[in-house]
Write a protein that binds this ligand. Structure first.
Ligand SMILES: NC(=O)c1ccc[n+]([C@@H]2O[C@H](COP(=O)([O-])OP(=O)(O)OC[C@H]3O[C@@H](n4cnc5c(N)ncnc54)[C@H](OP(=O)(O)O)[C@@H]3O)[C@@H](O)[C@H]2O)c1
Length: 263
């Protein structure tokens, strides 16, 4: 159960229409949180909002592309008149999973804008008043990709590494003000976005999580930052901290070629 007094009354979920974001919305609504859900496609956004309203909470939606600078004002304007005690930044998939020399710079920039630029802008907007109030939570969704570079995740892995280090620093800054910060590190998770991307969930030995379980574990871990690795992925993180980077990168590259369909 997520503490409404500590993190309520409103939560913003950036990437709240599907997968882990939608499950977080459902679970927070059960605990009485009012919600602002943000995603690009209005269809899934409204479907999730309707389902969440059934729990008797107020739900607002903003259809915006978080890679665009104007999305920041669209989100913050929608919560101008309410108190946001929890920011979840979930949107962040690798939308341009190309080898660096084969990809478009604009595509890589989109990955950076989604995972860094807009994440920082929204965190800055919502965290400062939380610090003043002496309570609140910031939950940033990260990835195992943030622990190693591979040819098609050089940018994505980099932005996820940034997110984790940023979360650690923000945790160090805000803990004495009663604001919890968590980087929630996901391994492979059966989300609609990954299903559409054609991810191979059957790589031998690979751990696959379900969105509802990830959401439950993430909310439970919120007071215990700065970093929580979703269960089943601990050994992978341990391995990815190895100082033998050449061996690690070459081995991970082989696994990535099994996991992600070639472009
Ligand atoms: N699934 C995995 O295996 C996995 C593994 C490791 C880490 N993660 C992390 O987990 C998080 C969620 O991943 P996911 O697989 O569910 O995919 P995702 O596409 O990043 O997130 C899904 C949610 O975000 C919204 N969204 C995506 N791009 C957006 C944009 N540019 N602007 C506004 N909303 C956007 C989606 O709705 P719309 O598409 O309608 O915009 C949907 O509601 C990400 O941060 C990802 O890096 C996932």
């Amino acid at each position: 159960m997520t503490d409404l007094d500590r993190y309520g009354p409103w939560a913003v979920i950036a990437g709240g229409s599907e997968g882990v974001g939608a499950e977080l919305a459902q679970q927070l609504a059960v605990d009485g949180f009012n919600l602002l859900l943000v995603a690009r496609r209005p269809g899934p956004l409204e479907t999730t909002a309707e389902a969440v309203r059934a729990h008797g909470v107020e739900v607002r939606t903003v259809s915006a592309d978080l890679t665009r600078p104007e999305s920041v004002a669209a989100v913050t304007d929608a919560t101008e008149d309410v108190e946001v005690g929890l920011l979840v930044y979930n949107a962040g998939a690798n939308t341009h999973g190309r080898a660096f020399t084969r990809g478009e710079l604009a595509g890589f920039q989109g990955v950076i804008d989604l995972n860094i630029t807009t994440m920082l802008a929204l965190t800055h907007h919502y965290a400062a008043p939380m610090r003043e109030r002496g309570r609140g939570g910031i939950l940033l969704v990260g990835s195992l990709a943030g622990y190693v570079g591979t040819s098609t995740e050089a940018i994505y892995g980099g932005v996820k590494a940034f997110g984790r280090i940023f979360a650690e620093g923000l945790w160090a800054e805000l803990r004495e003000y009663g604001v919890d910060v968590l980087e929630l590190v996901l391994g492979v998770t059966r989300t609609p976005a990954m299903e559409r991307a054609g991810l191979n969930f059957d790589v031998p030995g690979m751990h696959v999580s379900e969105p509802a379980d990830v959401a439950r574990e993430g909310l439970a871990a919120l007071p215990h930052g700065p970093v929580h690795v979703i269960s089943g992925n601990e050994a992978t993180v341990e391995r990815r901290l190895s100082p033998d980077r050449a061996r690690l990168v070459a081995g991970t590259e082989k696994v990535m070629r099994l996991l992600v369909p070639p472009h």
